[in-house]
Design a protein around this ligand. Structure first.
Ligand SMILES: [Zn+2]
Length: 56
């Protein structure tokens, strides 16, 4: 009965946290994004964080 699409975490962009419409989502590395731009942004942030962690 529940309309699970709206509240499902997996339907939110992993970069900007906006809710995603089923047709518009962009799936990469087990996460959903609005588009390639959000994916690239998130990937760069992860790489920067990883590089920082590696330096310590
Ligand atoms: Zn996004």
């Amino acid at each position: 009965m529940a309309k699970k699409d709206d509240n499902d975490v997996s339907n939110k962009c992993n970069a900007c946290k906006k809710a995603l419409k089923r047709v518009k989502r962009y799936y990469r590395n087990n996460f959903y994004y609005c588009n390639k731009n959000c994916f690239e942004k998130k990937r760069e942030a992860d790489l920067a964080a990883a590089a920082e962690a590696a330096e310590k």
